[in-house]
Design a protein around this ligand. Structure first.
Ligand code: MN
Length: 277
């Protein structure tokens, strides 16, 4: 069966944070879709997510499978963090899929998520690599308690922290009508799965769905950066008007203003070194 994909992708700084450390990447010609949520001091978080997506993109472009590509992405972030004192300790989640014909491979590290909506029901494809997910699995707290646990953002696995990383890989045979969602925890920390399912049901266009999910996370408080990529599997061969690579935040999407952040860093440095640089 021949299928192709249509997508919508949105990232937003949210209502509280001063910068956006989330990044997304869409390359329809490679069938590559990815969300990364970076962490680290100063601007290290956005360097981590950006570096991971660059390396992932290159590796998939070279024909690598998702596990290989994510392993290379881990090395790229780890090496950059090791080389630069200001970036030391940075890391990122990475949830990425490759779609080749009807074969989808999900690769996953961290607490971003992939969901599959099929025949009206929504299934989470990834396990969160987070402290609260481990506590739930161990029966120490309930799922309801996990949703409000203050340790919710603590993750147990990330890219770039160690020289190697264990990548979860989930292979799926997709079919026309399937809808895939990749998102950062800025979405799932703000809205429940039933609200997610409802919006995916109501919005038939993937761009509208991604936009509305981000809006809903912001209406609920927007305490974190929020990123959503919606990928619809559609019958038939891809149209000839090959879609271009898309990365977010795009110009015009609120990213927290890199200029302002750079200036703040310079001022801090000057303070530390009165002789100037
Ligand atoms: Mn986040």
């Amino acid at each position: 069966m021949t299928v192709h994909a249509r997508h919508g992708a949105v990232t937003d700084i949210g209502r509280v944070r001063r910068g956006n450390e989330d990044r997304y990447l869409v390359d329809p010609s490679l069938g590559l879709y990815a969300v990364a949520d970076g962490m680290g001091g100063h601007r290290a978080g956005e360097v981590a997510s950006e570096t991971a997506l660059d390396a992932l993109h290159e590796a998939v472009g070279d024909g690598g499978d998702i596990e290989t590509a994510m392993t290379l992405a881990n090395e790229a972030v780890f090496e950059k963090a090791s080389d630069d004192d200001e970036l030391r300790g940075m890391g990122t989640t990475l949830t990425a899929v490759t779609l080749r014909d009807d074969k989808l491979e999900v690769g996953h590290v961290g607490d971003s998520r992939a969901y599959l909506r099929r025949d009206g029901s929504l299934q989470q494809l990834t396990d969160d690599h987070s402290l609260v997910a481990e506590l739930v699995a161990a029966g120490e707290i309930s799922e309801d308690e996990a949703e409000v646990d203050p340790r919710r953002s603590m993750i147990t696995r990330a890219l770039g922290i160690e020289p190697g990383v264990e990548v979860d890989v989930v292979p799926i045979a997709v079919q026309a009508g399937d809808r895939l969602v990749l998102c950062s925890d800025g979405l799932t920390g703000m809205i429940r799965d039933d609200a997610l399912a409802e919006i995916l049901e109501q919005e038939s266009d993937p761009k509208d769905a991604a936009k509305r999910l981000v809006d809903r996370a912001n209406e609920a408080g927007g305490i974190d950066n929020v990123t959503v990529v919606v990928v619809d599997i559609v019958d038939g061969p891809a149209p000839d008007d090959g879609e271009l690579v898309e990365r977010g935040p795009q110009p015009g999407e609120s990213s927290g203003g890199p200029l302002r952040r750079t200036m703040r860093r310079l001022r801090l440095r000057r303070k530390a070194d009165p002789s100037g640089e």
